[in-house]
Design a protein around this ligand. Structure first.
Ligand code: GRG
Length: 302
């Protein structure tokens, strides 16, 4: 992960991201032990441990810690979020969806294990994610139940799946309105990013007003994340991205840069991130990690 260091009141984002990433990688490695049938566990681990920025688990841990919780309280959920994100990437890469050969700098899951096992690896990661949240030690069951409900909403027809369906239905259309584009991305990308932050807060025992405040922060960074993703698809190389570049142009997809141009898209992303950062002012220095993560979202190179 290449990170231009951002120092917010003595806080080093590069150091923070590096440390958090190492903690998350270790927890992910321990979360899934290979047993029989070996093939499916290997396929699940292949994608889960293939790298990636680990932004979703890091957001979850940061939100929990900002609100007075511990990393231990949020770690199972943080891993579960990465399992869900990973399964969505496995399914997104399938021939029936985006049909891609490269992900996180490696051949996609179905290229290595075949389509049948790739579908099942995604299914198994998704169900294990929910089990893993439910198995969180030392957190009141009522909080875990709230997290499970929100995860279900973020992943199903109300969230990721719904966004993906509208995305598929919009393919090949040149007259996609900005409202439709917003719907696609708030569901496909934003919903999972939002639950990363709100779940972290809930696990820490946050009040509902605090969860709402963090929802708004997450909605802003979620949209900014997608705008930057669309820009990087045009400006970055496959080597930088670890996935095929230029896919949107090739598929003639309507994207934020195709509607607004690159400059306006960048300005819009910066505006959303500034709003997200401003919304965290009540938390003072305790918000430094979430503020720096918001900045990272607009400045990232992959
Ligand atoms: C969730 C049940 C279920 C099915 C999946 C295929 C599908 C339905 C949804 C597509 C979701 C998808 C792939 C959205 C794109 C999100 C996105 C911008 C991913 C890239 O995230 P990064 O940049 O990737 O954080 P790394 O590799 O760094 O983790």
């Amino acid at each position: 992960m290449v990170v231009a260091d951002a120092h917010t009141q003595g806080f080093s984002l590069a150091q923070y991201l590096q440390e958090q990433k190492t903690i998350v990688e270790t927890a992910l490695d321990q979360s899934l032990v290979i047993t029989e049938p070996v093939t499916i566990y290997e396929a699940m681990r292949y994608s889960l441990l293939a790298g990636g920025k680990r932004l979703r688990p890091i957001l979850c841990l940061a939100a929990c810690e900002m609100l007075g919780g511990t990393a231990a309280m949020a770690m199972n959920t943080a891993c579960a979020l990465e399992m869900i994100h990973t399964m969505s990437l496995i399914h997104d890469d399938l021939p029936a969806m985006d049909n891609d050969d490269l992900r996180r700098g490696k051949p996609t899951n179905h290229k290595v294990y075949g389509e049948d096992i790739a579908i099942l690896a995604g299914d198994a990661l998704l169900s294990y994610a929910f089990e893993y949240v439910a198995r969180t030690p030392d957190v009141p069951a009522e909080r875990l139940l709230q997290v499970i409900v929100r995860l279900g909403q973020a992943v199903g027809a109300e969230g990721l799946v719904g966004g993906q369906v509208v995305d598929l239905e919009s393919e090949g259309k040149t007259d996609v309105a900005v409202e439709t584009l917003n719907f696609i991305h708030t569901h496909k990308t934003g919903a999972l990013l939002e639950v990363c932050v709100t779940a972290g807060a809930i696990l820490a025992g946050a009040k509902s007003e605090e969860v709402q405040l963090l929802s708004r922060y997450a909605q802003n960074i979620g949209l900014a994340f997608q705008i930057v993703d669309d820009i990087l698809d045009i400006t970055a190389t496959a080597e930088e991205l670890g996935k095929t570049a230029g896919k949107d142009l090739e598929a003639q997809k309507v994207t934020y840069p195709s509607l607004w141009g690159i400059e306006k898209s960048q300005a819009e992303a910066r505006k959303l991130v500034a709003e997200a950062i401003a919304s965290l002012e009540p938390y003072g220095e305790r918000a430094n990690p979430l503020k720096a993560l918001a900045e990272y979202i607009v400045n990232r190179k992959n």
